[in-house]
Design a protein around this ligand. Structure first.
Ligand SMILES: Nc1ncnc2c1ncn2[C@@H]1O[C@H](COP(=O)(O)OP(=O)(O)OP(=O)(O)O)[C@@H](O)[C@H]1O
Ligand SMILES: O=c1[nH]c(=O)c2[nH+]cn([C@@H]3O[C@H](COP(=O)(O)O)[C@@H](O)[C@H]3O)c2[nH]1
Ligand SMILES: NC(=O)CC[C@H](N)C(=O)O
Ligand SMILES: [Mg+2]
Length: 511
């Protein structure tokens, strides 16, 4: 029988990441919402282990999600992460507090003691935190097995009952020994053997869509980014000529991007390709709008209206396909997860759509898994390793009201920053980099005269899955030449700052 791990979902941002990390150890993992599976069902499936995820709630709120206490009596090893850890401590009689200065976000030094969960991990290392509440006293029967400066119980265990909890996130790569901890849990504690292999995702998907979409025509929203290009190639393999790719130039693209996408796709890969120039209608709809969520919703709706019009022109097309990936879904708020931002292709979709169905072949995958699929499909490297670019484009990088003039300035600033990164051969250091036109004016002096112009923020991040990220330590010389060129070459920009915030607590984009 196939070994399985249950990931019990309390609404954390990293649930799919936990499943994926387990997958990387060749153990199959299944995610279930905490209230959608009973203890009897858990017993019947005979899971090798259970992982409680993090979540946005506080355990002492009566309305917060709780598990059935019998779950601890099944004899199945359990690992609680963050909220899952706090919940286990709380329900077993430990003390959970929240204090103004108890929050920890991002990289944190942790000191561990001996435990099967922490085998082969040095006494001092770095873990990744994202919490406000903390366990002040572990429950009776549990020992404290890790501490940080602010967290008196950063990990706990009841070895006899094989119950473990960690306050930090072993599933994110920034936790130095997270992978080892999960290995220890799966192999030393749950006794897994690791015989599961990632099935041939491509073959399975192609088979599935061949059947599901037989006789149907599909319009694929193609941005020229990694995700939709991979989705297009996958669907083209399944349905060939019945696929039409529509690329919308909404006037919110980077410098020369529309032409790049058109030149890359037109007449290549054999796919039907249409470019729609829609700048004026997008800018009209966005005029005067400053609130980020409202911008995203307007763009999400306008995209769909364009796709509907194109579908009508082409005859009967009932299916819309998008390159949605898992992080788009989770940040838009799903189940018990908090809404961080409505990605235009998920939370920003309008309620009424004329397509019968939406197909998203990559919705369970992370960016780096999508790239792996792209490589296997033989897509060119410059496409597979393109840095991501959000569907709402520069609309979420012009803070405040959007105007064509501001967009043009930002396009220039962004192009200069990108050129300088290339000139300093720093592309390998960073996974995404761009300029933001802030809404802030500041006083400057150019040619002995007073100026009062815009402030541009530069952002570069290092990450593999875009769920968490660190700001990139770009060389000072690069930052200096980018700043000097931007303020010299673009008259209205008088100040340049560099964003040094990790995710969390910030996000990659500013809006
Ligand atoms: N300009 C566009 N024209 C048509 N469809 C788009 C456009 N921008 C985004 N989309 C659709 O929205 C989806 C989500 O956008 P997103 O930017 O997350 O993905 P992507 O552009 O495919 O990849 P990447 O994350 O690498 O930029 C895309 O996969 C695509 O289906
Ligand atoms: O298609 C998209 N539609 C959106 O609305 C959107 N918002 C953010 N992003 C991209 O997602 C990654 C994570 O970004 P955040 O930390 O800002 O959420 C980063 O790579 C962002 O560029 C988006 N992509
Ligand atoms: N990431 C989490 O699971 C956070 C748990 C809880 N909401 C806290 O802030 O402490
Ligand atoms: Mg994109």
């Amino acid at each position: 029988m196939q070994e399985k791990i249950l990931v019990l979902d309390f609404g954390g941002q990293y649930n799919q990441l936990i499943a994926r990390r387990v997958r990387e150890h060749h153990v199959y993992a299944e995610i279930k919402p905490y209230n959608k599976i009973t203890v009897e069902e858990i017993c019947k499936i005979s899971y090798k282990g259970i992982i409680f995820t993090g979540g946005p709630n506080s355990v002492y709120d009566n309305a917060s999600p709780h598990y059935d206490p019998d779950i601890l009596n099944l004899g199945i090893p359990i690992l609680g992460i963050c909220y899952g850890n706090q919940l286990m401590a709380y329900m077993e009689g430990g003390k959970i507090y929240s204090a103004e200065n108890s929050s920890e976000y991002g990289k944190t030094s942790v000191t561990v003691s001996e435990s099967p969960l922490l085998k082969d991990i040095p006494k001092n290392s770095i873990c990744w935190m994202s919490h406000t509440d903390y366990i002040k006293e572990a429950p009776v029967g549990f020992s404290v097995i890790a501490r940080t400066a602010k967290c008196p119980c950063a990990a706990m265990s009841d070895e006899k009952r094989r119950l473990y909890g960690v306050q930090f996130h072993p599933e994110v790569t920034h936790t130095q020994y997270g992978k080892v901890m999960l290995y220890n849990f799966l192999f030393r504690i749950c006794g897994c053997s690791g015989n599961w292999k990632m099935d041939h995702f491509i073959d399975k998907a192609v088979e599935k869509y061949k059947t599901e979409l037989a006789g149907k025509k599909v319009l694929l929203a193609l941005s020229g980014g990694v995700d939709s290009s991979v989705a297009a190639t996958l669907l083209y393999k399944a349905i060939g000529e019945d696929l039409t790719c529509v690329f919308v130039d909404h006037g919110l693209l980077r410098k020369n991007e529309g032409d790049f996408v058109e030149n890359t796709f037109k007449g290549r890969f054999g796919m039907n390709f249409i470019r729609v120039n829609a700048e004026s209608r997008f800018l009209e709809k966005l005029a005067g709008i400053t609130e980020p969520e409202q911008k995203r919703k307007i763009i999400g709706e306008e995209f769909i209206r364009v796709f509907e019009e194109e579908a009508k022109k082409l005859g009967k097309i009932n299916v819309l396909a998008q390159g949605t990936i898992y992080p788009d879904v989770v940040e838009s708020g799903k189940g018990d997860s908090a809404t961080i931002k409505s990605h235009h292709n998920v939370g920003g979709l309008p309620d009424v759509i004329s397509f019968d169905s939406i197909v998203e072949p990559l919705a369970d995958l992370f960016k780096d898994e999508v790239r792996e699929v792209g490589n296997k499909l033989g897509l060119p490297k410059e496409l597979v390793y393109r840095q991501p670019f959000p569907g709402p484009g520069l609309a979420v990088r012009v803070i405040g009201e959007i105007t064509k003039e501001k967009l043009d300035q930002l396009r220039e600033a962004d192009a200069i920053f990108c050129e300088e990164i290339a000139k300093h051969s720093s592309e390998e250091m960073t996974n995404q980099y761009f300029a933001v036109l802030t809404d802030l004016h500041s006083v400057g002096v150019k040619g002995d005269a007073r100026t009062y112009g815009y402030t541009v923020a530069l952002r570069a991040v290092t990450t593999d899955d875009f769920m968490t990220a660190e700001w990139t330590w770009l060389p000072y010389e690069l930052l200096e030449s980018a700043s000097s060129r931007i303020t010299n070459e673009i008259e209205q920009i008088t100040r340049v700052v560099y964003d040094i915030t990790s995710k969390p607590p910030a996000t990659v984009e500013w809006e």
